[in-house]
Design a protein around this ligand. Structure first.
Ligand SMILES: NC(=O)c1ccc[n+]([C@@H]2O[C@H](COP(=O)([O-])OP(=O)(O)OC[C@H]3O[C@@H](n4cnc5c(N)ncnc54)[C@H](OP(=O)(O)O)[C@@H]3O)[C@@H](O)[C@H]2O)c1
Length: 250
């Protein structure tokens, strides 16, 4: 099946490792070009070396909304077009909420909600002005669909991403801009080091997942590719859970 994203220009945030690096590779495998965004320039350089013509590494902190908004111009300059934004960068500070500095929550909201909103807004301004179609894919979490203890700021931010997606999908549908969310369950990335590095914690975690394993990062690629593709042209405002059955379990 041809996903028809050959030559697409795509902005992927949080591309230096984990899901963002996997999403970047999936986009490139389908013929798209990617502005790969994160703060870790060395990791981005390694990723870009795998496809130098098609991956443009850009150092940017998601808390810097002005820099985030400039990413659309960077994608236009580098690849001549911007067709999709994948808001994947995220942080998940853990801890007892009563003992947590409120600044930690503010940072989670800045990286996980405000930055992605600014990037989506900047892309939408371009698509509306140029009368082009566009796609936004926001990476949320199961913790945005159910509140998770010790991850209050994270859960609040990811819940906000799900609602933001719905609002923007409705607001921008008339401009042929589609906005969807993916809610991943447990994926094997650095963000899950505390689980992966402790056998007892890992065993307890796997017991909650009907498929009895965590996903590999590459397993998110096809779903993102589908949502970026014109083949999902009637899909907007939706949230796609990819979790090995975890949310379905009673
Ligand atoms: N792994 C899971 O099981 C899982 C489950 C549910 C949801 N998710 C979500 O999926 C997304 C990716 O997760 P992951 O597991 O791949 O996480 P990860 O391995 O910790 O990678 C996070 C990415 O976000 C970037 N990032 C963090 N803070 C940033 C900032 N201030 N400015 C720019 N970039 C920043 C990091 O790049 P730099 O540090 O280089 O800036 C990195 O590329 C996140 O939104 C996460 O919440 C993951």
């Amino acid at each position: 099946m041809d996903l028809e994203i050959d030559r697409f220009g795509v902005i992927v945030t949080g591309a230096s490792r984990g899901l963002g690096a996997a999403i970047t590779k999936a986009m490139v495998a389908e013929g798209a070009s990617v502005v790969a965004v994160a703060r870790s320039t060395d990791d981005l350089a390694v990723l870009a070396a795998s496809a130098p013509e098609r991956i443009a590494p850009v150092s940017c902190d998601m808390r810097d909304t002005e820099a985030v908004e400039n990413l659309v111009g960077t994608c236009l300059d580098r690849f001549g077009r911007v067709d999709a934004v994948v808001n994947n960068a995220g942080i998940a500070p853990a801890g007892k909420f009563v003992e947590t500095d409120i600044a930690i929550m503010e940072e989670a909201l800045a990286v996980n909600v405000i930055g992605p909103a600014a990037l989506a807004r900047s892309a939408a301004k371009h698509w509306i002005a140029s009368e082009e179609a566009g796609v936004v894919v926001n990476i949320a979490s199961l913790s945005g669909l159910r509140g998770k203890a010790l991850l209050s700021g994270y859960s609040a931010s990811k819940g906000a991403v799900v609602r933001l997606t719905e609002s923007l999908a409705v607001e921008w549908a008339r401009h042929n801009i589609r906005v969807n969310t993916i809610a991943p369950g447990a994926f094997q990335t650095d963000a899950q080091a505390a689980v992966l590095d402790d056998p007892a914690t890992l065993e307890a975690r796997l017991r909650k997942i009907p498929l009895r394993r965590m996903a590999k990062p590459y397993e998110i690629g096809p779903l993102v590719a589908y949502l970026v593709s014109p083949l999902s042209s009637f899909v907007t405002g939706s949230c796609f859970v990819i979790d090995g059955g975890e949310l379905a379990r009673l």
